[in-house]
Design a protein around this ligand. Structure first.
Ligand SMILES: Cc1cc2nc3c(=O)[nH]c(=O)nc-3n(C[C@H](O)[C@H](O)[C@H](O)COP(=O)(O)OP(=O)(O)OC[C@H]3O[C@@H](n4cnc5c(N)ncnc54)[C@H](O)[C@@H]3O)c2cc1C
Length: 479
């Protein structure tokens, strides 16, 4: 059997692409619950209007990525935008007629279904997957370890109930989403703790560009966890960022990292920050999800500025993959937010991630379907369970790996994380992020160092493995 871990847009797309090759989807939630894909609001970027072009979408993506994008990956993924939209329409996704505008896009190109785009796409994909005879679905099933003897993927351990079970596998796709739940202030669902990244790292895979984490400037700041997101599309429709005096303090449609820093710095100097959407006609009809979240917190966006602050939103880094989604471990693939293709570089252009999840999911699905089946290896001994506790790690991530970073803060994070990194998955992932962030002595895209405010002369991707991370701080690792 071949396996897909995760039932977001990447995992579901891959499952459909594998037809008629049999595949099992394993998900900690259900097809309709638990994935960030269900929460995505603004939409999916694709150049579909006559005055737009693939070349313009590529240029905007490269500019947002701040020198670190892989140009071949950008061209490959962005050029498939119109085909992805057409294929989603065939599955029944009823996009609104006029594409929206989001920050750092030079054209209206965000295909959307009101502000429920992710829900509409995921629901259509889930319906197709539930009807597909080649797909077996195992819900409420978490993958806890991979087995890769001699560096080749051979199987995985799953937890469904008390007893862990081993499943032999000819190919595994990691489509487990992002890491935002490692922060206190986040838009991500609670399960987004990067388990797929540590599964891959423990199996020996190379991870790439881990230090690049996108902070969205406008989370609804009313004390909820996770925080409801006020989509960039609201600024695209003319909402302004103001403080308690009613003054604007930044350009609302600058790239996300710049707007997040502006909001963060304004808060740090004692101001309060708001998004004023009172000029947008028919707000509740255009943004029903955001309107409902605001009203649940006692705020009517049609009449009252919305309190906002930056939150952890998207991980540009992930498991290093090639154009087919292959990782550095034979028979192990990755797609969607868990993967790092080089599309986003140092900073994701808004709404490129749903496109990437569709394109990489499909490519990985085709590649996995084409793989010959492997002879099952002997059942391995049950691995020691790695703990996933995140509370102390969230403190270190939030304090030292946020919007602005310093060498001393990163050193403090590394010292706090290293002692448990060998046994605690969240600590291992946070340690790898802190090590790559400390080694990047420049500011680029979403990685902002107050002690190194400029760009280095050349933009170089970072890579790290679990072994390299543990070797970097041996005196601090607990036996
Ligand atoms: C509030 C919000 C709004 C967003 N808006 C947009 C937008 O407008 N446009 C855009 O392009 N992007 C947006 N994004 C980002 C985008 O939603 C994600 O990047 C994308 O949905 C990721 O899809 P995925 O399939 O990779 O992962 P996910 O959709 O996160 O799915 C991950 C799956 O893996 C499962 N899983 C995780 N760990 C395990 C495990 N160990 N074992 C088994 N299963 C596991 C989860 O249960 C889930 O099913 C938004 C994100 C958020 C949070």
């Amino acid at each position: 059997m071949k396996h897909i871990i995760g039932a977001g847009i990447a995992g579901l797309t891959a499952a459909l692409a594998m037809a008629p090759e049999p595949v099992t989807i394993l998900t900690a939630g259900t097809l309709e619950h638990g994935a960030a894909s269900l929460w995505s609001q603004g939409g999916i970027a694709a150049a579909t209007l006559p005055d737009d072009s693939i070349a313009s979408h590529i240029a905007d993506t490269l500019a947002a990525g701040d020198g670190l994008c892989d140009p071949a990956a950008v061209a490959r993924i962005i050029s498939q935008g119109p085909a992805v939209i057409a294929s989603l329409r065939r599955l029944g996704v009823a996009f609104d007629p006029a594409p929206g505008l989001e920050a750092a896009h030079s054209h209206r190109r965000i295909a959307h279904v009101q502000d429920r785009t992710g829900l509409a796409i995921t629901t259509a994909l889930a319906r197709a997957v539930r009807a597909a005879p080649h797909v077996t679905i195992r819900e409420h099933t978490s993958v806890t370890a991979l087995h890769a003897p001699d560096g080749i993927l051979a199987g995985l351990w799953v937890a469904h109930g008390a007893t862990p079970t081993y499943l032999a596998s000819s190919a595994v796709l990691i489509a487990t989403g992002g890491i935002g739940a490692l922060y206190h202030h986040t838009s991500n669902p609670p399960g987004a703790t990067g388990t797929g990244l540590t599964l891959a790292a423990r199996a020996g895979a190379v991870l790439r560009d881990l230090e690049f984490i996108q902070f969205h400037p406008t989370g609804l700041d009313t004390g909820q966890t996770p925080m409801p997101l006020i989509s960039e599309a609201v600024r695209g429709e003319g909402a302004t960022l103001i403080d308690e005096t009613g003054q604007r303090f930044t350009a609302e449609l600058a790239p996300r990292d710049a707007v997040s820093r502006a909001v963060f710095n304004h808060l740090a100097t004692g101001h309060r920050t708001y998004l004023s959407a009172t000029s947008i006609p028919r707000f509740a009809a255009k943004f029903p999800t955001i309107d409902a979240a605001c009203k649940a917190a006692g705020i009517d966006p049609a009449t009252t500025p919305i309190p906002v602050r930056p939150l952890a939103h998207y991980h540009m880094g992930g498991i290093a993959t090639d154009a087919q989604g292959a990782t550095t471990i034979p028979r192990l693939f990755a797609a969607g937010e868990a993967a790092c293709t080089g599309l986003h570089g140092a900073n994701r252009l808004a709404s490129n991630s749903l496109l990437e999840a569709c394109v990489t999911g499909e490519a990985a699905g085709h590649a996995m379907a084409a793989l010959t089946r492997a002879t099952p290896a002997a059942i391995p001994p049950r691995p020691h369970p790695a703990t996933r506790a995140t509370a102390p790690i969230r403190d270190l991530m939030s304090r030292h790996l946020g919007v602005l970073r310093t060498d001393s803060g990163l050193a403090t994070a590394i010292a706090g994380l290293a002692p448990t990194a060998a046994t605690n998955d969240a600590a291992l992932l946070a340690l790898m992020i802190a090590l790559t962030a400390r080694a990047r002595t420049e500011s680029r895209g979403a990685h902002a160092r107050t002690d190194h405010p400029s760009h280095a002369a050349t933009a170089t991707p970072s890579t790290i493995t679990r072994a390299a991370a543990l070797a970097a701080c041996p005196h601090r690792i607990a036996a």
